[in-house]
Design a binder for this molecule. Structure first.
Ligand code: SF4
Ligand code: SF4
Length: 380
């Protein structure tokens, strides 16, 4: 168990509500509050509930569990709470969940998520043998890079298309890479959802495989995996370097390993929380888009540190506590459609959530991963 005394922090929140907003206070920017519109669903409300639970003023219920897990850990509150403890806000939620998990207090959908990952290595309980169908036998064999897909890109049919585009681009640019034969979940969501014991097991097993295969550099299109490898695996002795695919693609463009044709599109970019607010990676995707001849790049009103989350993080793409009416993905896709006719992102979860929202709301906008738009431009 990672030590962190959050009980000392929960009483310091004033419930002033600044953390619900972006830096210009223009709109609600906490995705769970935007959907539910109850005070218990924003950062300050959750702090209040955790404190009441610790003081035994309320007892655990499935409803309390849902409130805890409807936080997508997007870190908007970390950016916009005005008090000194703001950096630790999301850690408070993660550690409060961890204590609940340790005491067996988890909603059933969350329990299913953990159990599928423990048994099958993915959230849906899909067969392990289906995971690498997309790779067409391009297995890692002491290559320069390991391409790590992550669960969503491996199993979701929409995200898999973006992963295949990335593979094709890497082949075109003659990048020396392969895919681990027995790739399994990297555990980012497992950790932020509070199952620290299962996460430690996953991280140790993955590290053992990486070490025995001599992996030194990892490329991933999944910001959640990028986060786990970059920020959580070092605690278990990881020594490899990890790059997000936007970093690799930008360096391939700069070194002229990919040559671009022209496109005719007005595009905007959705910052994935685990790339942007969690890891400060805002510029590479924008630089890529600005390099594409003919592409007009326009920012959405909420961008970079003020981006509005798609609502898929922290397992919500599976548990769906942020789905349905007023879902963050539906709010975000409307903002994108008011800005441009092409929405580009760089996360398999955002891609899946935002395209589903466009379809269900019948909104006329294309949603693509940055690898897909690059591949199209190269082929024109
Ligand atoms: S978390 Fe910070 S900004 Fe949010 S209500 Fe509490 S004190 Fe205010
Ligand atoms: S991390 Fe995001 S979803 Fe969770 S309370 Fe903060 S702003 Fe809301």
């Amino acid at each position: 168990m990672v030590e962190f005394d959050y009980t000392e922090i929960v009483h310091r929140c004033f419930r002033c509500g600044y953390c619900k907003y972006p830096s210009d206070y223009s709109r609600i920017n906490c995705p769970s509050y935007a959907k539910y519109k109850f005070e218990s669903y924003f950062s300050g409300g959750r702090m209040w509930l955790i404190r009441a639970f610790l003081n035994e003023e309320i007892s655990w219920s499935g409803h309390l569990g849902e409130i805890m897990y409807s936080c997508s850990t997007c870190r908007n509150c970390v950016e916009n709470c005005v008090f000194k403890f703001s950096d630790q806000l999301v850690d408070v939620f993660i550690h409060a969940r961890a204590d609940m998990v340790e005491n067996g207090l988890v909603p059933s959908k969350v329990a299913d998520f953990f159990s599928n990952i423990a048994k099958f290595g993915n959230p849906w309980g899909e067969k392990k043998s289906k995971r690498l169908e997309w790779a067409e036998g391009k297995y890692y064999d002491k290559n320069e890079y390991l391409l790590y897909a992550g669960c969503v890109a491996s199993y979701d049919s929409r995200a898999k298309k973006a992963l295949k585009a990335l593979k094709e681009l890497m082949e075109m640019a003659e990048v020396d890479f392969g895919v681990m034969r027995d790739e399994t979940c990297e555990g980012n969501e497992v950790r932020i959802m509070g199952e620290f014991g299962l996460f430690a097991e996953i991280a140790r097993n993955n590290l053992q495989k990486f070490e025995s295969e001599g992996v030194r550099k990892i490329i991933t299109p999944d910001p959640h995996a990028f986060n786990a490898f970059r920020n959580y695996y070092p605690e278990f002795g990881a020594e490899f370097n990890v790059l997000h695919h936007t970093q690799l693609l930008y360096s391939l463009l700069r070194s002229k390993k990919l040559n671009l044709g022209k496109v005719n599109a007005k595009a905007t970019y959705h910052d994935p929380c685990f790339l942007g607010r969690w890891n400060g990676l805002y510029e590479e995707p924008r630089k890529i888009l600005k390099e594409i001849p003919g592409l007009i790049f326009v920012e959405m009103p909420r961008n970079r540190k003020n981006a509005f989350c798609c609502g898929g993080g922290s397992g919500n793409f599976y548990t769906d506590y942020l789905g349905g009416k007023d879902s963050p993905a539906k709010i975000r896709i409307k903002e994108a459609a008011e800005t441009a006719n092409l929405l580009v992102t760089s996360c398999p979860i955002c891609l899946m959530m935002l395209e589903d929202a466009a379809k269900s709301e019948n909104i006329d906008i294309e949603v693509k991963d940055i690898a897909e738009i690059l591949l199209e431009v190269i082929k024109t």
